[in-house]
Design a protein around this ligand. Structure first.
Ligand code: S3P
Length: 432
């Protein structure tokens, strides 16, 4: 059923495989000689582009009965591809693979779609140049990335000033073929799946967290081991369903097998602070990642909340859908420090603000802080949503139909395929 202001979210939901983990398991399994096995890989376009890239770099990947089998090459053993590599819409793909390639003695051109071609790459390549890779960017900032890696990477100490798991992971992947100790200092709020996966694969990695920082030490004196990995459900995809359930008293949703890593579930804490009735009913740890089953049983309307800049990285991809929850929550919600949102698949801060206005919600942006004046009244809706092919903006403003008198118009829904190809099918199954 299409979503509208009478929809209630009910049922048992298995979110699709986590996007961040799917990219990383393809890349890391691709650095081990032997057979690794992956199940529940997210078959979104972003991840499939990483898969194609790994194949072009010499890794064999086969699919049988929904499972992927990866036969990797050793660190430093990537093949010279005979064509440029296209990452489509994926910032994670292009940035992580820049890191991996930078310490291999090959020459590659990495390109992306219109949106990716506008996203900053210098934040990654400035670190990779230091190890000895030779890199050219368009206007010294943007893709295409022309990258000549080095087979003799210099082990260094890196400090990352931006809270970004993509920058950190690019450096970590370059370290796989760097002799000596590589040290990284970054913000502990960024997602740590690369670290967790490397630990599970037997790599020599030490991770410490102290006050606001994380310190990583890597030494490539232990070989990576093959792995059997069942990718847990993506909290960033589940966030649309969990927020939808919290919007509407009477909803009852069970979420199964969701990745419950603390760097990814900030939005759950935020929704609970707003009055969301979310309970963990089972929790376990597999391959150094927490995984949980949740129950959402909403009995009352939400209230407003305030997020500080330090809270943002742990829910950076969920701000668009949280802005819908805030619109229907009583009081003034403030999300502070959203600068990173302006360099995502679109300028998300701008699009959230513009679309909220279109559907009849008052909001303002000041110094990268977003103010949303929410209440439990239905909004006028009936707007043509401007999504600029940004999957998370599109899905968030589709959920917004639940809080509007009149459904909004979304033209060309195809961009959901980047992260969540079955979004519309799934949401229609859980909305009554
Ligand atoms: C990701 C990290 C985040 C996030 C992106 C996925 C990752 O980006 O927004 O969707 O898998 O490492 P930044 O690291 O640039 O914040």
């Amino acid at each position: 059923m299409p979503l509208d202001n009478k929809s209630i979210i009910k049922g048992t939901y298995f979110p699709p495989g986590d996007k961040s983990i799917s990219h990383r398991i393809l890349i890391l399994a691709g650095q081990v000689i032997g057979k690794s096995e992956i199940s529940n890989l997210l078959e979104g376009e972003d991840v499939l582009n990483t898969l194609k890239a790994m194949r072009l770099l010499g890794v064999q990947i086969k699919k049988k009965d929904k499972k992927y089998f990866v036969f990797g090459v050793p660190p430093g053993g990537l093949f010279q591809p005979n064509q440029k590599i296209d990452f489509g819409n994926s910032g994670t793909g292009i940035r992580l693979l820049s890191g991996l390639i930078s310490s291999n003695n090959i020459e590659v051109k990495l390109v992306g779609d219109r949106s990716l071609s506008k996203r900053p790459m210098k934040r990654v390549t400035e670190h990779l140049s230091r190890i000895g890779a030779r890199i050219e960017l368009k206007k010294d900032l943007l893709p295409p990335i022309k990258l000549k890696g080095t087979g003799n990477a210099v082990p260094l100490i890196f400090e990352i000033p931006i809270p970004s798991a993509q920058i950190k992971s690019a450096i970590m992947l370059s370290a796989l073929n760097t002799n000596g100790i590589v040290k990284i200092k970054e913000f502990k709020t960024t997602r740590d799946h690369t670290e967790n996966m490397l630990k599970s694969m037997g790599y020599n990695i030490k991770v410490k967290e102290k006050s606001i920082h994380r310190f990583i030490e890597m030494k490539n004196n232990k070989e990576l081991k093959t792995i059997n990995y069942n990718v847990p459900g993506d909290p960033s995809s589940a966030a649309f369903f969990i927020c939808a359930a919290c919007l509407r008293p009477g909803s009852k949703l069970i979420v199964k097998n969701i990745l419950f890593n603390k760097t990814r579930i900030g939005f759950i804490k935020t929704l609970k602070n707003m009055g969301g009735n979310i309970k963990v009913i089972r929790k376990r740890k597999i391959h150094n990642e927490f995984i949980a089953d949740l129950q959402i049983e909403q009995k009352k309307n939400l209230n407003s909340t305030i997020l500080k800049p330090a809270d943002i990285p742990i829910q950076v991809d969920e701000i668009p859908i949280l802005s819908i929850a805030a619109s229907f929550a009583n009081g003034l919600t403030v999300f502070k420090g959203l600068k990173e949102l302006t360099v995502k698949e679109s300028n998300r801060l701008l699009l959230i603000h513009e679309n909220l206005k279109k559907i009849g919600v008052k909001s303002k942006v000041e110094n990268f802080d977003l103010y949303i004046f929410g209440n439990n009244y239905f909004k006028k809706g009936g707007a043509i949503i401007k999504h600029n092919d940004d999957h998370r903006i599109l899905m968030s403003f589709y959920i917004a139909n639940m809080i509007c008198k009149k459904n909004n118009v979304i033209k060309d829904k195809s961009c959901v395929k980047t992260s969540y190809p079955t979004f519309f099918k799934d949401i229609s199954q859980f909305s009554n």
